[in-house]
Design a protein around this ligand. Structure first.
Ligand code: TGC
Ligand code: FAD
Length: 389
């Protein structure tokens, strides 16, 4: 019988519209032509031509594609999820570039910004001409942003911000940083043009994961901003956490893209590789690995699509996003590691994408809420008892 992929076996295509399938195909082709041939080189060098790529991704219409108006495409949640899946099937770093731009930086402006802020930033960000970053995490406050130390104080009409942010995707290449800071009345968001005196964004080096992604520290030393830099509709931690729900949703789909790529590569490898005089894929131990991975990939996809459809009816709650983020990233990293075993020694080489994906997924497991944080969010939903503190 002709081999089928895991998602073909599940007939996932039956659950998608013609439009969704065609968007997925366009992104898949873009990645095959433009991204995949370069990835090993970018990953090895730890350097991504992010500005160039942002323009191309903007041209494709994927930056802020799930937002309405201001040059954004207004596509469905599922179409956005499938786009994340295709981008992350290439590399988590490419999906990160798009997630941070569209779901974190643009979404913050779109949801909480003034009309002037939206007009000023969203069209150029959708086109990829301006890049945004999202500064919530601090050197000593990651899982617990409520303890943030970055502080914005008033000086007449102006604001003066002091503090530091850490592990910020797109930081060194951004034109605008969305900075979350404590104020006398609670957490507020600020749009900081990155050429403002007192702002700097040194890149973080020596990463063993997400090497095809720019990650930076943000330093704010008496950064003076006009009153108009504050996001007027954002007050309290619920504002940045609302952005996180958007980005986490993209990861629910995206992580499965990395897993799918690993499984496809490992299956082809096992069919091609002879061990003990017959194809590795013909051994029961290998087939058990493949069957279990296909099951988890398909189940993860069904969960992702369910969450996508809930989001399209505005019925998706943050706790449900945690179900998807925890499950799909956890299973994706398990799949990547299992596929690595199928490739044997070749599995550790950048000639194949598998260990690159596995290493990237270590970051994905940690950012946008660690697996422990999502476990506790689900625990709280099930018991009513918060166990964070
Ligand atoms: P808590 O008291 O639970 O909540 C404070 C207020 O926020 C509301 N809320 C949410 N609203 C929208 N979406 C969500 N996901 C929300 N979660 C909570 C909540 O209802 C409450 O509202 P109100 O009106 O009652 O004040 O806050 P807490 O301090 O106890 O924290 C809870 C906890 C631990 C779950 C939260 O702090 C958390 O999620 N921590 C993880 C931090 C995190 O995920 N950081 C990610 C940084 S960005 C990033 O990693 C980008 S990587 C991107 C890439 O490269 O792809
Ligand atoms: P910590 O919070 O110190 O956690 C360390 C360990 O303790 C984890 O295992 C954690 O689960 C566990 N832990 C913490 N609290 C509890 C608890 N209550 N109970 C049990 N265990 C607990 N942030 C941004 O704001 N913007 C970005 O663009 C961004 N991009 C990133 C890109 C990369 C490549 C990476 C790696 C991170 C990025 N982050 C970004 C930061 C990311 O969101 C944080 O790393 C993450 O929230 C975890 O924070 P932390 O690293 O400080 O770990």
């Amino acid at each position: 019988t002709k081999p089928r992929t895991a998602l073909e076996l599940f007939r996932i295509d039956q659950l998608l519209s013609e439009e969704e399938l065609s968007i997925q195909a366009v992104i898949n082709r873009f990645c095959a032509d433009r991204i995949r041939p370069q990835l090993a080189g970018w990953f090895e060098a730890g350097a991504l031509p992010a500005k160039e790529l942002a323009l191309e991704l903007g041209g494709l219409g994927v930056l802020g594609m799930h937002l309405e108006g201001y040059g954004c495409a207004g596509m469905s949640a599922t179409a956005y999820g499938l786009t994340c899946m295709e981008l992350e099937a290439a590399d988590s770093g490419i999906r990160s570039l798009v997630s941070v731009q569209g779901s974190l930086a643009m979404y913050a402006i779109w949801a909480y910004g003034s009309e002037e802020q939206k007009q000023e930033w969203l069209p150029s960000m959708a086109a990829g001409e301006a890049i945004g970053c999202f500064g919530l995490t601090e050197p000593d406050r990651g899982s617990n942003p409520s303890g943030m130390r970055t502080f914005a104080k008033r000086d007449g009409e102006d604001w003066i911000i002091n503090g530091a942010k850490m592990w910020i995707t797109n930081g060194s290449i951004a034109d605008v940083a969305v900075i979350w800071a404590r104020t006398d009345v609670g957490v507020r968001g600020f749009l900081v043009p990155t050429n403002t005196p007192g702002f700097s964004a040194p890149e973080i080096k020596h990463k063993l994961s997400l090497r095809a992604s720019v990650t930076s520290e943000l330093v704010l030393e008496s950064v003076r901003l006009p009153a108009s830099a504050m996001l007027p509709e954002a007050l309290g931690l619920r504002a940045p956490l609302g952005c996180l729900s958007e980005a986490r949703f993209g990861i629910v789909f995206g992580s499965l893209g990395a897993a799918r790529d690993c499984l496809e590569v490992a299956t082809a490898y096992a069919l091609d590789r002879d061990v003990f005089d017959k194809p590795l894929a013909g051994f029961q131990l290998t087939q058990e690995k493949l069957a279990n991975m296909a099951l988890e990939l398909g189940k993860g996809m069904l969960l992702a699509l369910h969450l996508g459809r809930l989001k399209e009816t505005h019925a998706l709650e943050p706790d449900q996003v945690s179900l998807g983020k925890l499950n799909n990233v956890r299973e994706a990293i398990r799949i990547a590691r299992e596929c690595r075993t199928i490739l044997g020694a070749n599995g550790i080489s950048l000639e194949y994408p598998v260990m690159r994906h596995a290493n990237n997924l270590e970051s994905v497991l940690t950012y946008e809420g660690t697996s422990e944080v999502h476990t506790l969010i689900i625990g709280q939903a099930l018991t009513g008892l918060p166990a964070f503190r």
